[in-house]
Design a protein around this ligand. Sequence first.
Ligand code: SME
Length: 162
Amino acid sequence: MTLHLRQSTPALLQVNAILTRLGGPAALAEVCRFLRHEFPHFRWVGVYRLEGAELHLDGWDGDQPTEHTVIPVDRGLCGRAARENRTVIVGDVRSSPDYLACFLETRAEIVVPIRSGGRVVGEIDVDGNELNAFDASDGRFLETVAERLAPLLAPPPPSLPS
Ligand code: SME
């Protein structure tokens, strides 16, 4: 589905407002909840944080929880987006050999890296129930959301010696 600027611009303002009001895991959960309710083709939205060679689910919103709360970076579409440091859009998950199934209804998926200083610190993962649910416009929008979320996932700066 093409996501127009008239939808994505106010949505980004809402994301900014959430991040002004909330921090930490509550902010991630609220951003996921907001995105899922704002865009009907986003049927499950999660944020994974990269910790070593694993992705850890830090916030999500959807009808059901996923069993994949920890994903090694060598597995899944989530792992592929983290390893390759690029947005992955899969129109038909059934034709993707590295897809890790979570929900019976899922037909398409988009995974967008969250970067800090150019390095992957996490990612936004969105599942859709229609074939080819996502296109480059979803990617551009979610990449901007990812920039907003980066400070929540980036490791804290080293503390100064006392
Ligand atoms: N499908 C993902 C796993 C995460 S769930 O969609 C929530 C993958 O292939 O990595």
